[in-house]
Design a protein around this ligand. Structure first.
Ligand SMILES: Cc1cc2nc3c(=O)[nH]c(=O)nc-3n(C[C@H](O)[C@H](O)[C@H](O)COP(=O)(O)OP(=O)(O)OC[C@H]3O[C@@H](n4cnc5c(N)ncnc54)[C@H](O)[C@@H]3O)c2cc1C
Length: 435
């Protein structure tokens, strides 16, 4: 069997390498860390989570919940790692990022069919290969991709939220709860009065931000990862109805709903770090300390990491990639991960899986597996290949899937119908996916 080169041992690349090896395909996996690092990566481990530690909702009524369930049916390495490293997060799957990455690194490094090369790849490899170098792809490989795709390669900006040390949070003020008391009380909540909120808002919108680099001159941002100060600039109450909304929360000190609430979510298994939910930012570090210390309960907070903002590069995939993430003009070369225009950790993992399962079939001389728009996995591939107009990176959502038929007397279809149909499709196509 021909060896496949997988470039980038991030979320997509590791899942792809693992799925190929599971199907008996030998892999040469190239990772540039620690020789070179992007501005957002800091550890030498594979599958590094660069910002939030959340893999988002678990419920099957949610599209990303369904996507994770499908990944589990394919024995996803990333889902195994998530289960081995999860931390409490209400209805979400959140992980200790170090345990998560270490688990994946160990499994990849001990897999006999995978050879790991710690080196930077500077040119587009020959087929068969999967390029999964992520949204921060730069240097000589980026230049070559730009030459190959011209205006088919784009970028915008993503931001990262700060982390605070747990023992520096004032628990006389912050209280533990989930909205409406649903599930375990996994979040720390910092309550604000109206006066505290208005003072915080004024400080936030007037604080100094980091100037954009020359390559980042287009200041457009992705809505789903918008800096908190940019959101605040839309109006005094915008963040009070957004990440600081207090609904479903009661301050035990007053017995009342606060005017606004800043939520913190556990970031590591030891519970020593918390991230400030929704507070991705590009404020200067000194300004983050000054402004975020105005949040009641965080007056003396120690910041383990400040928020930062980074470029996010992706392909304008419609017309360039097919539904299986394969380069239409150069068969046998696949792309995977955020650089294909999918958005998010789980979606990046999923694209790596689809690319690998498809490439493994191709190497065996079989037809491409039919993921179809009945599965969330297939719907992601279909979205990036066929989205009309300009492709905007997008999280998994049910609108990407083939619509469900309404049952008689139903006003709208039951969302669980998506998962029932998806699982049935995967089961009936077992031989294409798993043999
Ligand atoms: C700053 C930032 C914050 C983000 N925050 C979130 C978030 O909170 N939640 C979320 O769901 N998504 C987030 N994303 C989006 C996205 O889900 C992640 O970036 C995710 O890690 C993408 O997975 P990937 O496999 O495509 O890329 P990555 O995980 O970045 O992996 C790419 C790998 O390729 C390696 N590499 C790059 N170039 C080369 C080369 N030339 N040769 C060899 N190796 C190379 C890199 O070192 C890296 O290990 C964020 C993105 C950015 C940029």
């Amino acid at each position: 069997m021909e060896t496949v080169k997988v470039i980038g041992a991030g979320l997509a690349g590791c899942e792809a390498a693992w799925q190929l090896a599971r199907r008996g395909v030998p892999v040469d996996l190239y990772e540039m860390k620690p020789v070179r690092r992007s501005p957002a990566h800091s550890s030498d481990l594979f599958a590094e989570l660069v910002c939030s530690n959340s893999l988002r909702a678990v419920r099957l009524e949610n599209a990303v919940g369904l996507l994770k369930a499908e990944l589990r049916l394919f024995n996803s390495l990333s889902m195994q790692a998530a289960d081995a490293s999860c931390v409490p997060a209400g209805g979400a799957l959140a992980v200790d990022r170090d345990i998560f990455s270490r688990y994946i690194t160990d499994r990849i490094e001990s897999e006999p069919l995978i050879r790991v090369f710690r080196e930077e790849v500077k040119t587009i490899p020959e087929a068969p290969c999967i390029i999964a170098t992520g949204p921060l792809t730069d240097g000589e490989l980026y230049d070559e991709l730009s030459r190959a795709f011209g205006e088919g390669i784009l970028h915008f900006h993503d931001a990262v939220a700060p982390l605070v040390e747990a023992d520096s949070i004032d628990m006389g003020i912050a209280f533990r709860a989930t909205r409406y008391g649903r599930g375990e009380a996994d979040y720390l909540n910092c309550p604000m009065t109206k006066e505290e909120y208005m003072a915080f808002y004024e400080a936030l919108v007037s604080a100094e931000t980091v100037p954009l680099h020359s390559f980042e001159e287009d200041p457009s941002v992705f809505e789903g990862c918008m800096p908190i100060e940019t959101m605040a600039q839309r109006g005094p109450m915008t963040i009070a109805y957004g990440p600081l909304r207090p609904v479903g929360l009661t301050d035990p000190r007053t017995g009342r709903r606060p005017f606004a609430v800043v939520q913190l979510r556990q970031d590591d298994r030891a519970g020593s770090l918390y991230n400030i939910v929704g507070f991705q930012t590009r404020l200067k570090f000194g300004e983050q300390k000054r402004v975020f210390s105005m949040i009641p309960g965080l007056e003396n907070a120690r910041f383990a990491r400040y928020g930062v903002m980074h470029r996010n590069t992706y392909l304008q995939s419609p017309g360039i990639l097919d539904d299986h993430f394969q380069w239409i003009d150069r068969p046998g070369i696949f792309f995977a991960g955020q650089m294909t225009g999918v958005e998010g950790y789980v979606e990046s993992i999923a694209s790596g899986l689809v690319a690998a399962v498809s490439l493994a079939a191709q190497l065996r001389g079989r037809p491409m597996p039919d993921f179809s728009q009945k599965t969330m996995l297939g719907s992601l591939g279909s979205h990036i290949a066929h989205a009309g107009g300009k492709l905007e990176p997008m999280h998994a959502n049910f609108a990407m899937m083939e619509p469900l038929e309404k049952k008689p007397k139903q006003r709208k279809p039951d969302k669980l119908g998506y998962s029932e149909r998806s699982f049935a499709h995967i089961e009936s196509h077992r031989s294409e996916f798993f043999e």
